[in-house]
Design a protein. Structure first.
Length: 217
C-alpha cells in the first residue's frame, strides 16, 4: 500500500521492451534507502516489484496488464517519474490509502494558474468517474490529490506550490496522459451491493434491517 505522498522524482534510465511488456531501469536516490530486491515501489502510482539494484538505480518489470492500464508505453529514456516506497506500519498517513493498482488513464484538458495554485482538469472514462467524488481523493500519476470539482466525464484538482515542486505534474501539458487510481473504498461498496442486483439482497430486507429487524438465528 502507498499514501500518494511522492518521496522523490526519478528518471527512466533504460527500457527493455518485449512484445507486450517491458523491463524498466529507474535512476533515483532516496527510495533506494533500505530497499531490497522484492520490495515494492510505486512508479507514477503503479506498484512495481524491485528485481535488481545498483547504488543509483533499480529494475522492475511491467506486465502486459500494467502496460494496458497505464501510460507506461509513453516512457522514454530520461522521462521523469514519481516514486514512493510502500507504506510501513507506524508511518504518518499524509495522503490517502492507495493500492498502486492503476485503474486506467486520463488526459489533461487544461492547466490554469489560480493565485497560489494551479487548477488542472483531467478527463477519464465514465466508468472510472463514478468512483470520483467532489472533495474525495484521487491518485494522479501516484500523487494523492483532492477532487475540487467533477462533472460526468472530467474532474479538476488544485495543485499547491509544494506538490508542484516535488512531483512531475507541472512538467505535463494539456493533451498528455496520466495514470488514474480511484479511491478503492467505493469499489468495495459497489461490489458488496451487487447481490441486490441478483435478488439476494432487496430493498425490503434493507428496510427491515434498518428498522431493527434481523435475519437468521
Amino acid at each position: 500500500m502507498f499514501t500518494g505522498i511522492v518521496e522523490e522524482t526519478g528518471t527512466i534510465a533504460g527500457i527493455h521492451k518485449q512484445s507486450h511488456s517491458e523491463r524498466l531501469t529507474i535512476r533515483c536516490h532516496k527510495v533506494l534507502e533500505g530497499t531490497k530486491i522484492g520490495d515494492s515501489i510505486a512508479v507514477n502510482g503503479t506498484c512495481l516489484t524491485v528485481t535488481a539494484l545498483t547504488k543509483d538505480t533499480f529494475d522492475a518489470d511491467a506486465t502486459p496488464e500494467t502496460m494496458r492500464r497505464t501510460a507506461f508505453s509513453l516512457f522514454r529514456p530520461g522521462s521523469p517519474v514519481n516514486l514512493e516506497r510502500a507504506l510501513r506500519l507506524g508511518d504518518r498517513l499524509g495522503g490517502h490509502i492507495m493500492l498502486g493498482h492503476v485503474d486506467g488513464t486520463g488526459k489533461i484538458i487544461s492547466m490554469e494558474k489560480v493565485e497560489n495554485s494551479v487548477s488542472i482538469r483531467i478527463s477519464t472514462d465514465r466508468k472510472w468517474m463514478r468512483y470520483i467524488i467532489e472533495k474525495g481523493s484521487v491518485a494522479v500519476d501516484g500523487i494523492s490529490l483532492t477532487v475540487a470539482e467533477r462533472n460526468k466525464d472530467s474532474f479538476s484538482i488544485a495543485l499547491i506550490p509544494h506538490t508542484g515542486l516535488t512531483t512531475t505534474l507541472l512538467m505535463k501539458k494539456p493533451g498528455e496522459i496520466v495514470n488514474i487510481e480511484c479511491d478503492y473504498l467505493g469499489k468495495y461498496v459497489e461490489q458488496l451491493m451487487k447481490p441486490a442486483e441478483t435478488g439476494n439482497l432487496t430493498m425490503s430486507m434493507l428496510e427491515t434491517l434498518g428498522q431493527g429487524g434481523h435475519y437468521g438465528v
